[in-house]
Write a protein that binds this ligand. Structure first.
Ligand SMILES: [Zn+2]
Length: 260
C-alpha cells in the first residue's frame, strides 16, 4: 500500500485525489490552541468542461489554498485539513474549473467525518456542549447536525388518516402554528411551528405519496393559501371549509358547508 493510501486510511478518508507530500503535517497555533494541520493537494483533471463539453482544451490554471477544514482530532490535538486545489481552465469557453472532494461539502469548513462522528455521539446521553468541545465545533453546529437526524426520522411518517382537519393556533403567545389532526377523533397528528407555505409543503413531503392520495376529506378554516396547499398535496381530497369556528368533536359533522 502506498504511503498516500496509508495516510488516507489513518484519516478515515477515501478520496484518492488527495495527495500528501513530504512534511504534510504541520503544527500550528490556531485559536490559541496547539493544533495539527494536514496538508493535502487535490488534483483531479476534469474529463471535460462542464460548461461547453470540450475535452481536449483544458489546461492547468494555478492553484488555490483553502482555509483549513476541521477534521477529527489526532492524538488529542485539534486537527485540520488544508487543501491546495489544482485549478483548471477551459481554453475553449474560458470556464474555470475547481475540483471538489467528497470529504467535505462545498463551502463547508467541517469534514463529513466530523459531522458523522457528531451524529454518533449525539445518540449517546452526553451533553451537546461536551460533543462540541470534543469535535472543536460550536454548540450550534452540533444542534444543526442533530436536527438533520430529526429531519431524517420524519421520513417514517407514512400514516395519515383519510379524513383530516387542519387549523391554526397561537404558538407561544406570539406566532401562529399549524395543527393537523384526525378529523374523526380530533386527535392531533402533528404541530408545525413554522406555518409558511414553503415549510408546510416540506413538512407534507415527509408523508408517502400513496397515502396522501388516499386522503378523502380535508376540513379547514377559510384561508386561501391552504386551499392550494391541500389541492397540491391531497389531490383526491374534498376540501371542506368551516364557516363557523366551533370547538369540534367531530369535524366531519360539518361536511356539506362548502365543498370545493
Ligand atoms: Zn469550456
Amino acid at each position: 500500500m502506498s504511503i498516500n493510501n496509508s495516510i488516507l486510511k489513518l484519516l478515515n478518508m477515501k478520496d484518492k485525489n488527495l495527495n500528501f507530500t513530504e512534511n504534510f503535517v504541520e503544527e500550528r497555533n490556531i485559536k490559541n490552541k496547539r493544533s495539527l494541520v494536514i496538508k493535502a493537494f487535490l488534483d483531479k483533471k476534469p474529463n471535460c468542461c462542464p460548461k461547453c463539453g470540450c475535452i481536449d482544451n483544458i489546461k492547468k490554471n494555478g492553484t488555490v489554498i483553502l482555509k483549513p477544514i476541521k477534521i477529527l482530532s489526532i492524538s488529542g490535538l485539534n486537527s485540520y485539513l488544508e487543501i491546495t486545489k489544482q485549478l483548471h481552465k477551459c481554453n475553449n469557453c474560458k470556464h474555470k474549473i475547481t475540483p471538489q472532494t467528497d470529504e467535505v461539502n462545498y463551502r463547508c469548513r467541517i469534514s463529513n467525518n466530523t459531522k458523522h462522528s457528531i451524529t454518533m455521539y449525539a445518540k449517546e446521553t452526553i451533553t451537546y456542549k461536551f460533543i462540541s468541545k470534543l469535535h472543536n465545533v460550536s454548540d450550534k453546529t452540533v444542534q444543526r447536525q442533530v436536527n438533520k437526524i430529526y429531519d431524517k426520522d420524519k421520513l417514517y411518517k407514512n400514516y395519515i388518516p383519510i379524513n383530516i382537519c387542519i387549523d391554526e393556533f397561537t404558538w407561544k403567545k406570539k406566532t401562529m402554528a399549524f395543527n393537523i389532526c384526525d378529523a374523526e377523533n380530533g386527535k392531533t397528528l402533528d404541530l408545525v411551528e413554522d406555518r409558511t407555505i414553503e415549510n408546510l409543503n416540506k413538512y407534507l413531503s415527509y408523508y408517502l405519496n400513496e397515502n396522501k392520495l388516499k386522503v378523502e376529506n380535508v376540513v379547514m378554516d377559510m384561508y386561501k393559501p391552504y386551499i392550494k396547499l391541500v389541492q397540491e398535496n391531497f389531490p383526491n381530497a374534498n376540501i371542506i371549509i368551516l364557516t363557523l369556528t366551533v370547538k369540534m368533536r367531530n369535524p366531519l359533522f360539518y361536511i356539506g358547508f362548502l365543498i370545493f
